[in-house]
Design a binder for this molecule. Structure first.
Ligand code: PLP
Length: 437
């Protein structure tokens, strides 16, 4: 059993001074004090294999020499950051690489410090360009915790407090287990989503709509994957009236899905704007928006960020980008991700409370339900999460009902580590008729 007493004092202090709504994983929350490769160590000296990479914040794993050295080099200059009012070589270099890789023609890059800010900026660019505050968003999507980002977040548990002036109309896109499109073949699913979009445009909005914002795979929503090609079909309708498309690539970017560098590429469509964050700085705060020049330039004098693209974060970003490319981690995500996905599917096939194992690359979800149906079972996910932790594996949790285990390890995960984590997961997800897993 984990030694809960180690962090009793820190936990009490946390509870006394930080807001009570800040979530902490585990019945006995852990403090991580060291990391190397794909493993982290807690204050009690226990080491865990990290199958969630922080929360997808560690793209390459822990203590990667190339990233550490790039950051140290920058720190040794004496300049952590001055101002984005001066030229920053690291920022320009990173922007060049991202623009070239974005797939967006004549792209511009604006750096921020978080995914929320990136989405906020993207919404700002789109609404200003289109002179409209109406936006389309997707049910069960998550886009962050700033005013606009919360307004387009389609799960009430994350967005109940938003009072944003954006007018948002909601679309059905993804869930294949329950709801309007449950069990439909891909072509019918896409047709239904397009019909839904047309109906929303005809009945729920008036005048111009600025943009649609969507995640190619819903992250916080439980790694929900719409059919390939859906965004292209939707885009055809958007193009009829010039509605812009924002692809939120905060979780799906940088090769995580294996088959593609960006999630949008599964759909055969290029967005007007895309946002990125999470693991780009391998733990340092680095995020941003990439967009077509007309859209990014269409907003006069609005955007300055004190810290966005600062030299230390940008140095880390360059090192991460170069490492990803040099080691072809996208291919590794595909290879090791397939091993995990196949292993989970075959190992959990007979489990009555596993409704679905889905995923792409190193973004894999296991949806737990009451046996034999599709009624979500968040308690079972909680039990499985604790069981994994007990056996030395950290995984994530999500989904509209909190009943999905989320697996998103660093893209450097080896086959041996995948097999090690797989064995723990299979055991943790085994159904036990005493009510737990
Ligand atoms: N967009 C998506 C898809 C996310 O998953 C998140 C965070 O989980 C965000 C935006 C917000 O990013 P941040 O927490 O860095 O503000």
């Amino acid at each position: 059993m984990p030694d809960a007493s180690v962090n009793n004092d820190l936990l009490a202090r946390h509870r006394a001074v930080l807001p009570s709504w800040m979530p902490l994983y585990y019945h006995d929350p852990i403090e991580l004090v060291a990391g190397s490769g794909r493993r982290v160590t807690d204050a009690a000296g226990r080491t865990y294999l990290d199958f969630f990479g922080g929360v997808l914040t560690n793209m390459l794993g822990y203590d990667v020499a190339e990233v550490r050295e790039a950051v140290e080099r920058q720190l040794r200059t004496g300049i952590v950051h001055t101002s984005t009012l001066y030229l920053i070589r690291q920022q320009v270099e990173l922007a060049e690489k991202i623009a070239a890789r974005s797939g967006i023609r004549d792209a511009r890059v604006f750096f921020t410090n978080s995914g929320s800010e990136a989405n906020e900026a993207a919404l700002l660019f789109a609404t200003n360009t289109r002179r409209s505050n109406q936006v389309l968003a997707v049910r069960n999507g998550y886009h962050g915790r700033t005013f606009g980002a919360m307004a387009v977040t389609g799960t009430r548990s994350w967005s109940a407090s938003s009072l944003s002036p954006l007018q948002v109309a909601w679309l059905h896109f993804g869930d294949r287990l329950r709801g309007a499109y449950a069990g439909l073949p891909d072509a019918d699913h896409i047709e239904a989503a397009v019909a839904d979009l047309r109906e929303v445009l005809a009945t729920q909005v008036g005048g111009d709509v600025a943009a649609l914002i969507a995640e190619p795979i819903q992250g916080v929503g439980g790694f929900v994957i719409p059919p390939d090609g859906l965004f292209a079909a939707v885009r055809e309708v958007l193009d009829e009236t010039g509605i812009l498309f924002i692809s939120d690539e905060v979780q799906t970017g940088w090769g995580r899905t294996g088959t593609h560098f960006w999630g949008y590429q599964a759909h055969g469509v290029v967005p007007d704007l895309l946002t990125f964050a999470k693991g780009v700085g391998n733990g340092l705060a680095l995020a941003g928006v990439v967009g077509r020049a007309e859209v990014m330039e269409g907003v006069p004098g609005i955007s300055f960020s004190t810290f966005g693209g600062n030299p230390v974060a940008a140095a880390a970003g360059n090192a991460v980008f170069d490492y990803l490319s040099r080691h072809d981690l996208q291919a590794n995500a595909e290879r090791v991700g397939s091993l995990l996905l196949d292993g989970l599917r075959s190992g959990l096939r007979d489990q009555p409370h596993v409704a679905e194992v889905r995923g792409r690359g190193l973004m894999i979800g296991v949806e737990l339900v009451r046996p034999g149906g599709t009624v979500p079972d968040p308690a079972a996910a909680g039990v499985a999460l604790e069981a994994c932790r007990r056996d030395g594996l950290l995984v994530g949790r999500g989904g509209l009902y909190g009943n999905v285990l989320r697996i998103g390890p660093p893209l450097t995960l080896t086959e041996a580590e995948a097999r090690e984590g797989l064995a723990i997961l299979l055991d943790a997800c085994r159904y036990r008729s005493d009510g737990g897993t």
